[in-house]
Design a protein around this ligand. Structure first.
Ligand SMILES: [Zn+2]
Length: 308
């Protein structure tokens, strides 16, 4: 059996919000078992809390925003992705502003923060959501599908309407080590041609060449890229963060074509409907245990067959 995990000690960082441009300090605290990820607006009277759950998502335009009782937190997806990728089940996230700091635009600084915090194993068992039948959501030519498999795999395709970028696909089995090495460092991105529209929407006020890959008509303005296919890897980063709103690691193969936060959340809601319709525990695969257990320990050992 694997166990839930929280932080060993609190850790703190500071930065600005990508969309609000506001300065914010973020402190991650250990949390009790079965608590999940809870955001707390420490700057507001009575410091309201917002659980990172699908029912609290209020906006998916260019970022994932959650809100409850009038308090909101914007752009939670990169931190959520790092928590999912590194296997953190329970954590309280205190913020002194309305948005998670963007830092370098990737999840790598959050992974580093979690390494500094250290992880503590809790008594409660960790459970996994393993889909038993394919689930598909679509919007026009965009689609997102999850099919049963023994491990978490992602095949993500983006067709960029851009002369240099074209179509790109990344396929990977996402374990903890691979997440930290090949997904977390990929940065968010934006197109110069969208800047006017973003500014009219009041978004990307904190965006800069320091925290996003910026793409002009001739290509990337602030290269080099961290990976040739960094943009699609970042889509996987976002996807894993949005799926973690389900509160448990998901096991299945995900096939995405041109998806984004909106479709990610549609899939989350569909999975939740399936969970409510079929309340008995989802099966727990040995492969999944080996994949997600023991974060921050040396590379995984071969799994004992007895676990099955
Ligand atoms: Zn992102």
């Amino acid at each position: 059996m694997s166990h839930q995990r929280t932080l060993e000690r609190p850790v703190r960082c500071e930065g600005i919000g990508l969309h609000t441009g506001e300065k914010v300090a973020m402190t991650l605290y250990p949390a009790p078992a079965n608590r999940g990820v809870i955001f707390r607006r420490a700057d507001l009277p009575s410091a309201p809390t917002i659980e990172a759950r699908p029912e609290h998502v209020v906006d998916t335009q260019y970022a994932t925003t959650i809100a409850k009782n009038g308090a909101s937190v914007k752009t939670i997806e990169h931190l959520m992705s790092a928590l999912a990728g590194m296997g953190v089940d329970n954590v309280q996230v205190d913020l002194t502003g309305p948005e998670v700091p963007i830092l370098d635009g990737s999840a790598a600084p959050f992974v580093e923060l979690l390494r500094q915090a250290g992880l503590r194993r809790q008594f409660a068992p960790k459970t996994f959501l393993k889909v038993r039948q394919p689930i598909t959501v679509e919007m026009g030519t965009r689609s997102l599908r999850i099919v049963p498999s023994q491990r978490l795999k992602v095949i993500y395709t983006m067709c960029f309407d851009h002369p240099v970028l074209g179509e790109q696909t990344v396929a990977m089995e996402v374990g903890r080590d691979r997440y930290a090495r090949e997904v977390a460092p990929s940065r968010t991105y934006g197109f110069v041609r969208d800047l006017d529209m973003l500014s009219r929407l009041g978004l990307a006020k904190g965006g800069s060449l320091e925290n996003a890959v910026v793409i002009g008509e001739d290509g990337v303005l602030n290269g080099p890229l961290r990976f040739p296919d960094e943009l699609v890897r970042h889509k996987i980063l976002d996807l894993l963060g949005d799926l973690y709103l389900l509160g448990k690691p998901l096991v299945g193969t995900i096939i995405a074509h041109g998806a984004g936060h909106q479709l990610h959340l549609q899939l989350v809601h569909r999975i939740q409907e399936h969970l409510e319709a079929e309340p008995e525990p989802f099966s727990l695969s040995a492969a999944a245990v080996e994949q997600w257990v023991s974060p921050l320990l040396p590379p995984s050992r071969p799994l004992k067959a007895a676990v099955i």
